[in-house]
Write a protein that binds this ligand. Sequence first.
Ligand code: MN
Ligand code: MN
Length: 326
Amino acid sequence: MFWTGELIARSAPVRRRATPIPERSPRLDRAVAAYLGLAIGDALGATVEFLTPNEIRQQIGIHADLTGGGWLRLKAGQVTDDTTMALALGESIIAAGRVDAKAAAEAFDAWMRAKPVDIGNTVRRNLITFRRTGNPEAAASEHDAGNGAAMRVLPVALKCYGQPEKTTKIANRAQAHVTHHNALSDAASEALVLMVQDLIAGRDVAAVERERAGGLVAEYPVFAYDRKRRDNPSGFVVDTMQAVLQAFFATDNFEDCLIDVVNRGGDADTTGAIAGMLAGARYGYQAIPRRWLATLDQAVRLRCEQQAIALFPLLQNSTDTAPLSA
Ligand code: MN
Ligand code: MN
């Protein structure tokens, strides 16, 4: 005999809970947010890549949503090489168990064969040379000072988190030199990779600015970012860093940082990606606007989250759950 209440209960839609998300430590939360920030900044900036700030104002007003389009005619939430090269590098690190130049070069080469939506000239040229020579280290070049290595440092920062600075720098050069063997690219990439680690660790942002951004400028004064506002930044890594550092240190939340940097136009997908990585590491997952997370390509979102978790070391001691402090 049926009790009608039971029938109703049985046919009622079952509310399935998504697989429970394990409690993330604050550091892992910021590591994941850094990866999502990279992808969101890339997708946001790509719409206005190669526009000037004036053109953005005239055509859009303030660009603040993941609308796709742009010169690449992207879907809303679609990412470009900045994110997909980082993901390719991250996969090579996970497969090899470490940052390995040859594995990274092969991963980038496979990525290029899969016909990415965009690819930098220096990346293309040096990957074609790698195909011919099998040498994963490009020849040093004064001209290869583009931002193509700096935009993909995140998987190295995550894999080497908690290790000595020197280990991180050596690992980063291994990935960077596959396509960009250049002192300015190295200096920028190293400042970024250490900044991200500091921010994930919860270090005070003023100290991070002093030590990392200040250190970069002290070594290479050309990176000074306290002068003229850097609008319309090119793919030259100095331009890119100036726009990113100005936007990142002049804002106090994730959303404003990204909107500031991409509305400068120029190489906006790459400045967006780098600023988004830093902002994610600084402000954490909860600070990312829901509308951006919801529009971001969901397959990419999943890969970013999974890769951040796979790359970030499980820390043995309890410091990983320690309260954030400077
Ligand atoms: Mn791009
Ligand atoms: Mn770009």
